[in-house]
Write a protein that binds this ligand. Structure first.
Ligand SMILES: [Zn+2]
Length: 412
């Protein structure tokens, strides 16, 4: 059974046109129409609702240490819904499109994670700012999420093409991920902030973006197409990253271990932004490996491939002889029934999303260490499905050098 947000919100929700990935990528040139959860007709000009609003300032510098929302200067007229209450009539040629796209993309990311969390994400900044302000254009070659706002500049994307970041779903979803992680896990104090928490934040935001992107059918098809459905072997050989030009998959299927990145005991403020991003990569890799394992599990459970075939691939992996292993049975199975592979990947995505959301909800941001997340994920997973995946999850983290130490369980 494949869960689809579009089917879930069809008819009652609101339509937007979103780019699932950079439009310079093959197959992603046109934005696709998606349904978000906002009831049709409920969105005000902006778009805007009770939790967020998009504005288009005539002129504005990026927010910094001295400035805060709300923006009070002059703005272009707000985008308006169609008579039926949708925003899909605003296409890429419309000057308001970037703003509408940004709102729709953030709403979509929230829909994904609120489904997993079973309730709304309450912004961590809502004690002072009840709504998130979204600005699709500031003169800057970056994008950021801060106290009560999210704003995007423009610059070269991962394909080297200059374009507004507000049209890049990965970047918007990653920034929205920062906001959600602050809201779900929380804000440490300067004294309790660790380098690991900073790395975790980057990684979790990447995971949010990857799982959110996997809610676009076109992106699911893309991932399966570049791997011929054989996510396991391509991931083990660290080839997905080379094959796929999409940012999230390149970052997620990495081979980095904790020993390859800066020492997690480095004081949080001594770690540069670049080091922080790298520090999160082993964690992102482990999470991606877990999703691939769930995918194999579903392929077998749904009788799309034989268990013997998976066992043979694993055995070849242990001998490091994938190149010699016969993979034609696998690719033949994919050619025969791609829909079974699509369903398995979507189920794996949701198995992971549900576990991550519940794990993050139970974490504290103070004195964060990666092993505490591992411990919590094992607990959450056990509540979902018993001990069935325990060993696999442990191994995925251990291979990355993220080990789980039993004695820490009583401390927090
Ligand atoms: Zn980030």
């Amino acid at each position: 059974m494949r869960f689809s947000l579009n089917d879930f919100h069809r008819r009652r929700g609101t339509k937007f046109r979103l780019y699932a990935q950079s439009p310079v990528l093959e197959g992603f040139g046109e934005p696709e129409t998606v349904w978000v959860s906002s009831p049709a007709g409920s969105l005000r000009p902006g778009p805007a609702d009770g939790r967020m609003y998009a504005i288009q300032p005539l002129e504005k510098k990026p927010y910094g240490d001295e400035t805060m929302p709300p923006f009070t200067g002059f703005c272009h007229p707000a985008a308006r819904a169609s008579r039926a209450g949708h925003f899909d009539h605003i296409g890429p040629d419309d000057p308001a499109f970037a703003s509408v796209h940004m709102f729709g993309a953030v709403r979509r990311v929230l829909d994904v994670w609120e489904t997993y969390l079973g309730g709304p994400v309450h912004w961590h900044f809502n004690i002072t700012h009840p709504r998130l302000e979204m600005i699709a254009h500031v003169p800057w070659d970056n994008a950021h999420f801060g106290w009560g706002f999210m704003e995007c500049g423009e610059g070269a994307d991962d394909q080297g093409v200059e374009r507004p970041f507000a049209l890049n779903f990965d970047i918007i979803a990653h920034e929205a991920g920062h906001g959600m992680i602050f809201s779900i896990v929380g804000m440490p104090t300067p004294e309790t902030l660790t380098a690991s928490y900073r790395g975790f934040h980057e990684s979790a935001s990447d995971c949010v973006a990857m799982i959110s992107a996997l809610h676009f059918d076109r992106f699911v098809d893309h991932v399966l197409r570049v791997t011929d459905g054989n996510l396991y072997v391509e991931n083990e050989m660290n080839r997905i990253g080379e094959l796929s030009r999409t940012r999230q998959i390149r970052k997620a299927s990495n081979a980095l271990k904790l020993s390859d990145v800066i020492d997690v005991d480095t004081p949080a403020n001594d770690v540069t932004g670049k080091q922080v991003h790298k520090l999160g990569q082993p964690h992102t890799g482990a999470i991606f490996d877990i999703m691939v394992e769930f995918y194999l599990d579903r392929l077998v459970a749904n009788r799309v491939v034989e268990p013997d075939l998976i066992a043979a691939l694993r055995a070849a992996g242990r001998r490091e002889q994938f190149e010699k292993a016969d993979q034609t049975l696998f690719t033949d199975a994919f050619a025969r029934q791609p829909e079974g592979f699509r369903a398995a990947l979507c189920e794996a995505r949701d198995m992971l999303g549900l576990r991550l959301a519940e794990t993050w909800r139970r974490l504290t941001p103070h004195d964060f260490v990666f092993s505490r997340e591992v411990e919590m994920m094992l607990k959450v997973d056990a509540e979902f499905t018993g001990t069935r995946h325990r060993q696999m999850i442990l191994e995925c983290f251990e291979w990355r050098g993220i080990s789980f130490e039993e004695h820490e369980s009583s401390e927090h």
